[in-house]
Ligand binder design. Structure first.
Ligand code: SF4
Length: 375
């Protein structure tokens, strides 16, 4: 069904005051008590907003607390090694977020005296700050009338204003941002943005929204039209990809061979047991032999571990690999190679899939008591 953005904006203008009053009043009495809502520290708010992208609140809380304990200020984050930041982030996924946090902290130190600036334009000049994150930090931490649209806000506004179009549709996205920009004007912009997000997370949920308890039900066009279940239509997801890796477990004298991936791409910057993508029809032995050369000895497959990531199915196939002493490891394959004492591998930034695989085939307990030899 076509929709008229101009007509929707006019409707929003006339109902703005009452709508905002209802939402803010509801938010004041019903907001969840979340750790990042107990602070006005822009740095802490920024960290929470980045973590909350693509990740559920319950999952974020312990990571948020641990991150702030480890890196309590912009200065502390900028001074850290990126591998230490990735290590604290381990298990939260989308590791480019952690790398961008570190890069932005470095820029904040050099350009903004290690403080977050308060305007959307300045924030957007920093690594990892898109329109959403800049709007969230500017409005919540600095009370700027800055709009934001995330999945929750998009769903609420689509229903409230009966806005058609599927997620990703450019006309719909532009209309959503125009609505958000119009509505955020006025008092308490940060709380207003949070109230929209909170309504989407707790009342106006994707399936079975509790319209009877909704503070803005009298304003809701989708409810009046009986179209709540239709809006917004589901996003068309691309077909899932399968990624199969041949992984080499190589250890001796209590040390495990690990390598660090290139900064960009899947698991960018993380440590792992050396691994190669196995294309369909390719023998994983041949792939590993190519990596380590003819003098390596590859044993039979010892573990197959499957993991479901957001956009793909990951399969790790582990093989024991014995390497001759003083073998030169190919520098082009990884940023770094390292023999790491088994009990120290957890302190490095590894993906949780790789870490689970290592725990299965080389449990820490089995290595206790062995003193690693220096490499
Ligand atoms: S009335 Fe229902 S559909 Fe409309 S905003 Fe409230 S919860 Fe969402």
């Amino acid at each position: 069904m076509a929709f008229d953005p101009a007509e929707i904006l006019t409707a929003a203008k006339s109902s703005r005051r009452a709508l905002k009053a209802a939402l803010l009043g509801w938010f004041d009495h019903n907001k969840r008590d979340l750790p990042w809502r107990r602070t006005k520290d822009p740095y802490a708010i920024w960290i929470s907003e980045v973590m909350l992208q693509q990740t559920q609140v319950d999952r974020v809380i312990p990571y948020y607390q641990r991150f702030l304990e480890t890196f309590p200020t912009v200065k502390a984050l900028a001074a850290a090694e990126v591998s230490d930041v990735l290590s604290v982030w381990r298990g939260l996924g989308y590791y480019s977020r952690a790398r961008n946090l570190h890069a932005a902290a470095t820029e904040l130190s050099s350009r903004f005296k290690a403080k977050l600036p308060g305007t959307v334009d300045e924030l957007k000049s920093l690594p990892g700050f898109g329109r959403y994150t800049a709007g969230a930090v500017a409005s919540i931490a600095f009370d700027q009338e800055a709009p934001l649209v995330d999945g929750n806000v998009a769903r609420v506004l689509s229903r409230l204003f009966e806005l058609d179009g599927a997620p990703g549709d450019k006309t719909r996205e532009a209309a959503l941002w125009s609505l958000a920009e119009l509505l955020v004007q006025g008092e308490r912009p940060g709380d207003f943005n949070q109230s929209l997000m909170e309504l989407g997370a707790t009342v106006c949920t994707p399936s079975s929204p509790t319209c009877l308890l909704c503070p803005v039900q009298t304003h809701c066009r989708a409810l009046a039209a009986g179209r709540v279940d239709e809006l917004p239509p589901p996003r068309k997801l691309p077909p899932r990809k399968r990624l199969e890796l041949a992984v080499a477990l190589s250890h001796r004298d209590g040390n495990v061979l690990l390598a660090r991936r290139a900064e960009k791409g899947l698991f960018g910057g993380l440590w792992e047991m050396p691994a190669l993508i196995v294309e369909p029809g390719v023998n994983p032995y041949a792939a590993l032999r190519k990596l380590f050369g003819k003098r390596s000895t590859i044993g039979p497959e010892m573990l197959v571990l499957e993991r479901t990531l957001t956009h793909r199915d990951l399969v790790l196939r582990l093989f024991p690999v014995a390497l001759p002493p003083r073998l030169k490891l190919p520098p082009e394959a990884y940023l770094e190679w390292k023999w790491v004492p088994r009990e120290e591998t957890k302190a490095l930034g590894m993906s949780s899939a790789m870490e689970s695989a290592l725990d299965e085939v080389l449990p820490l307990e089995a290595m206790k008591g062995r003193r690693p030899k220096k490499k």
